[in-house]
Write a protein that binds this ligand. Structure first.
Ligand code: PLP
Length: 494
């Protein structure tokens, strides 16, 4: 690694007049932009030669940790391997070169991909149809909840303004509900981590729009009382929403539609293997039962006698969503394409192995580590599970310390301090793509760290030692983010 280059920002490498390339001579004459559109002074851009730019970003990329670098057991995020074939297909010029405004007759292949993916997701989930438009899981939640709101409003039922959400839910659930203008009613979990049906009953009434459930829930546990819960919610007139961000363990094993759910979203960037993280591209398709299809956002791809067509949004009523768009086009097409490639590559039979292997891997790690790490709920988990820190609380070593130390050993940390149900939560999700050797290496290092906690705690408190940057002050970074070059200079001057 070139350390001299590494520490710098691209702006600091700037040298007046340096160029990476030059434009060809202008043979077309000058067009004079109206003065109100013109810059008053030149944009302050870094001026660098091409080699400096290439080295700068290549060296920085080496500081990144991704699934392709090592084991990445980030719970709830499903950091599974992204097969190369996905990237090959997504890079094909006939897909990557498409323009979203191209005439429909020229994008029939892309529409076929979208149509077939919708059908595959419908098959996998047991719902009737999908929209691929939402760009992320959280936006999928928003769309799904708007579908529920629209359904009630179309029936002239305006009293249903509340949504029930378990206390264990992912933070996006209450956030999306709030953005939809729904009032959040919390239902408690029992000591075994599952939704408490007795706590739910008194919450139900004619003001309930529906209930959101995550399954497996954020503790990685299968919600065993779904049939009873769905019956109760339906009897009171509400709809059931399934947060399917973590569908991985259920692939080919069980279908939300068969369990009584009316609406769901799937994070295809998690379960169907698109590289994500760092806010990178996602897609959160939303599926619904047959009578709710009319509320899905448009544009929407449909099959016609001689190919595929796109239904555009129309103002067909004043209820919430059916006349709305949630994006200009039909989602992140290349993410959908990767998901479709992944489904076809595995095929129907192999897709059924994903869930069982993911579940086996998680249970294997859990059982091997539970002597050293506190397992708050003893049970067979699904694709992930949660420890509540080290078992030996006398060492003073926190989940944060363990997470930082893992980086020294070449592993990404698990999700930490989430879910909020435990103080020292450490959420581990290995996914199905890891070999037993990798799992054993991780287990071994976790044992080593537990030993270090007793024998050399300072080493842990000061970790990481082998990364270019040590501990970051997360709070300061969140409260006082430095997002541009000028501000970072001003801060250095202080
Ligand atoms: C990841 C996740 C979400 C949010 O998905 P994004 O694509 O990050 O918006 C919602 N619910 C659960 C359970 C998740 O794990």
């Amino acid at each position: 690694m070139n350390n001299r280059l590494y520490g710098n920002l691209i702006f600091e490498l700037s040298h007046p007049g340096r160029r990476a390339y030059s434009l060809p001579k202008n043979n077309f004459g000058n067009y004079d932009f109206p003065s109100h559109l013109k810059r008053e002074k030149d944009a302050e851009l870094p001026e660098c030669d091409e080699l400096t730019v290439v080295r700068h970003y290549t060296n920085h990329s080496g500081n990144n940790f991704g699934v392709n670098n090592g084991f990445y057991p980030l719970g709830s995020c499903t950091m599974k391997y992204n097969p190369i074939i996905n990237e090959e297909i997504a890079a094909m010029p006939s897909f990557a070169g498409l323009h979203p405004m191209q005439p429909i007759s020229t994008v029939q292949g892309a529409l076929e991909v979208e149509y077939n993916l919708k059908k595959a997701l419908a098959n996998i989930s047991g719902l009737y149809d999908f929209t691929l438009n939402p760009y992320a899981g959280a936006q999928g939640e928003f769309v799904g909840l708007m579908v529920i709101a629209s359904y009630h409003q179309k029936r002239g039922d305006f009293k249903r303004t509340k949504i029930i959400i378990p206390d264990s839910a992912h933070g996006t659930n209450p956030a999306s509900a709030a953005v939809c203008g729904l009032e959040i009613v919390e239902v408690k979990s029992k000591a075994n981590g599952l939704v408490d049906v007795e706590d739910l009953k008194p919450l139900l009434g004619d003001d309930i729009a529906g209930m959101m459930m995550t399954n497996p829930n954020t503790l990685g546990l299968f919600e065993k009382e779904i049939p009873e819960i769905a019956k109760l919610v339906h009897e009171c007139g509400g709809l059931m929403y399934y947060d399917g961000a973590n569908l991985n363990p259920l692939l080919g094993v069980a279908r939300p539609g068969d369990m009584g759910f009316d609406v769901m979203h799937i994070n295809i960037h998690k379960t169907f293997s698109t590289p994500h993280g760092g806010g990178g591209p996602g897609n959160g398709p939303v599926g619904v039962r047959e009578d709710l299809v009319e509320f899905l956002p448009k544009p929407h791809v449909v099959r016609t006698e001689n190919g595929y067509d796109v239904e555009l949004p129309q103002n067909t009523g004043d209820y919430a969503l059916n006349c709305m768009r949630v994006g200009r086009n039909m989602g992140n097409f290349l993410v959908s394409l990767r998901a479709y490639t992944y489904i076809l590559t595995l095929g129907k039979e192999n897709l059924k192995m994903v869930g069982p292997y993911a579940t086996l891997n998680a249970n294997y790690i859990k059982e091997c580590l539970k002597d050293d790490y506190e397992l708050p709920i003893e049970s067979v988990c699904m694709h992930e599970f949660v420890f509540d820190g080290l078992k030996d609380k006398s060492t003073g070593i926190t989940t944060m310390d363990v997470a930082k130390r893992l980086l020294d050993y070449g592993f990404h940390a698990p999700t930490i301090y989430f879910p909020l149900l435990f103080h020292e939560a450490m959420m581990i999700e290995p996914t199905e793509t890891e070999s037993k050797k990798t799992l054993d290496d991780f287990i071994n290092i976790m044992h080593v760290i537990a030993k270090e906690a007793k024998e050399q705690p300072t080493e842990l408190k000061e970790a990481p030692h082998n990364t270019p940057i040590g501990r970051v002050d997360d709070v300061l970074a969140a409260k006082n983010p430095i997002l541009n070059y000028r501000q970072s200079l001003a801060n250095q001057a202080k």
